[in-house]
Ligand binder design. Structure first.
Ligand code: AMP
Length: 215
């Protein structure tokens, strides 16, 4: 299965992508995670991306398209993949279409997870990332000073710079201006499945699994 998970920041794309990925055993490709890893490793890409990400703006299309081209050609994508955070502009969507065409992939599905902005700002402010493994948690599910349930790192939770309220508001503006048109692009040419993203992780994943006919 080839999936494109679409939706505003904080809507739960990453969480749903992880669940689908472990159920179907196909890679979860998050461009945000790839960039954060590059920042952590202080690579050339990381140096270019860091400031842009801290402002909540978009990394240039040519860089992002190059990253996805390389990633989708890795052998683990042969049986499918889940894209999370890409495409974020119509140019990226056009480049992805071209790439999938070249790879002879015709059946990519788009899942659009929806939620209103106020809810998203609230949700993002209430989440914490682990500095060590990058996994995101909801504040109420963890103690801020406890060990990470995923990688066991000590005292590693933090509020990402781009999860601070002013940056979140900018990310949502960027989404409205640059990324929302991607949904129109897909709606015109394919079959977009829209799912309401409010509700618990389980409620949303039940709907996603039903739509994808995954048991
Ligand atoms: P995310 O974790 O998907 O919210 O991504 C975090 C940040 O990485 C975004 O706010 C952007 O600065 C950058 N980013 C991730 N994916 C893309 C993309 N497809 N195009 C441009 N910038 C991206």
């Amino acid at each position: 299965m080839r999936l494109i998970l679409f939706g505003a920041p904080g809507v739960g794309k990453g969480t749903q992508a992880k669940l689908i990925s472990s159920k179907l055993n196909i890679p979860h490709i998050s461009t945000g995670d790839i960039l954060r890893q590059a920042v952590k490793d202080r690579t050339e890409l990381g140096k270019k991306a860091q400031e842009i990400m801290n402002r909540g703006d978009l990394v240039p299309d040519d860089i992002m398209i190059g990253i996805i081209e390389d990633r989708l050609h890795k052998f683990d994508c042969e049986n499918g993949f889940i894209l999370d955070g890409f495409p974020r502009t119509v140019n990226q969507a056009i480049a992805l279409d071209k790439l999938l065409d070249e790879m002879n992939i015709k059946n990519a599905k788009v899942i659009n997870i929806t939620a209103n902005n106020d809810e998203l700002v609230k949700r993002i402010g209430n989440r914490r990332a682990c500095k060590s493994c990058g996994q995101i948690f909801v504040l109420k599910d963890i103690e801020e000073k406890s060990n990470c349930p995923n990688c066991k790192a000590e005292n590693s939770f933090y509020l990402r710079d781009d999860d601070k309220e002013a940056v979140v508001r900018n990310r949502l503006d960027v989404f409205r201006q640059n990324t929302a048109p991607v949904l129109d692009y897909y709606t015109k040419q394919s079959n977009v499945i829209s799912i309401e993203g409010l509700g618990s992780i389980d409620e949303v994943s039940t709907k996603v699994f039903e739509e994808l006919k995954i048991n």
